[in-house]
Design a protein around this ligand. Sequence first.
Ligand code: HEM
Length: 398
Amino acid sequence: MSVVFDPFSEDFFISPYETYRRMRDDAPVYYSQEYDFYALTRHDDVAAAFKDYETYSSAYGVDLGQVRKGEVTEHGSIIAMDPPAHRRMRSLLNKVFTPRAIEAQRALVIELVDKHLSAVDPTGFDVVQDFSALFPVDVMTTLQGVPAADRQQIRLWIDELLHRESGDVEMTASGQQAAVDMAIYYFRLIKKRREELGDDLLSKLICAEIEREDGRMEPLDNIEITEFATLLGGAGAETVTKLIGNAAVVFAQNPDQWELLCSDRSKIPLAVEELLRYEAPAQYNVRCSLREVRLHGVTIPVGKPVFLVGGSANRDPRAWTEPDRFHIDRDRTQAQNLGLGYGIHSCLGAALARLESAIALDKMLDFMPKFEVDFDGCKRVNMQNVAGWSTVPVRVLS
Ligand code: HEM
């Protein structure tokens, strides 16, 4: 039977890796009759496509629902831009997201991780709902200057707008409502912030200037800042939530690796990289083909959605030795880890993602040096682009 890759199916949400293996071996340029998209799954092909923005455009969006509409959005967010607009926006944001600015957040991240982890009940808690869903959005919205009382509401909106019913490409009605409510919320907050600037990210974006098409320097308008603020919610909070939920499950399945980390905390950064490789929170990003592509005997016509499946590329035995083994000490020089993307759109928040994940793992090692997961009680999210758990019941062992 020929392989079926349905990114909106229960099968995919539960475990895509066997499907990926078959795609890499038998259909390296996969075509979905049902949804009319193509998908690349081999490491070489995905990495090359991430770099080739002239063929694989982001300007039509990076999820299937957006790309198949075939429209370029005027006021797109950075993730949905091609050069030269992308270059101009990225160089502005790079000035705000400097490694120094991120490192300066270390104390804040430690405080927020501690706050949420110390509130859980060690005899039985949900790593995701009680911990990993709470602190990343707190970090992001604190940086943005969102008032404390509204911070978790942002997360609830994002959960809603990324959710997909099984078999449905488009947002649900409540997802659309959440997207509108969140945009209105940020728009109002930005307007207010213009009148009383602070030291937060939104204030920095209000004060920054971007180079326009004609070379003029100009401040960003409220809609541009709103686009970016809402993107950061999804890109910056959901992903770290998934990485830490995945960590609890993967380490419970590989207790020797947790012991290794317990005995040598200097390996925490390696553990973060291995988690990004082994169980990528962002499984794929979609592009639109701007040119006809001929690859592995298949022709991808112009104007088609193309899935770049980083989650599969990171498990490709053509690139990695024993890719299905979770191994903190693996040789990382073998291939490019695509867990944080690659090329011009590679994760803008990579330094913050690594900092948050490393601090969370360090605190978890203190709090739960021995633990067990109730695997039967684990539940997965049904989301597009992002994959991971919504529930991971854990008990700390003495
Ligand atoms: C474990 C956590 C994270 C993962 C797995 C992740 C993954 C990714 C990936 C795969 C991309 C590439 C998207 C594409 O090529 O279309 C990306 C882009 C991006 N990420 Fe992250 N990310 C994480 C955390 C963060 C954080 C904390 C922030 C916020 C500070 C952030 C902000 C962004 C932004 C703004 C982009 C778009 C960059 C551009 O288009 O130039 N991410 N991320």
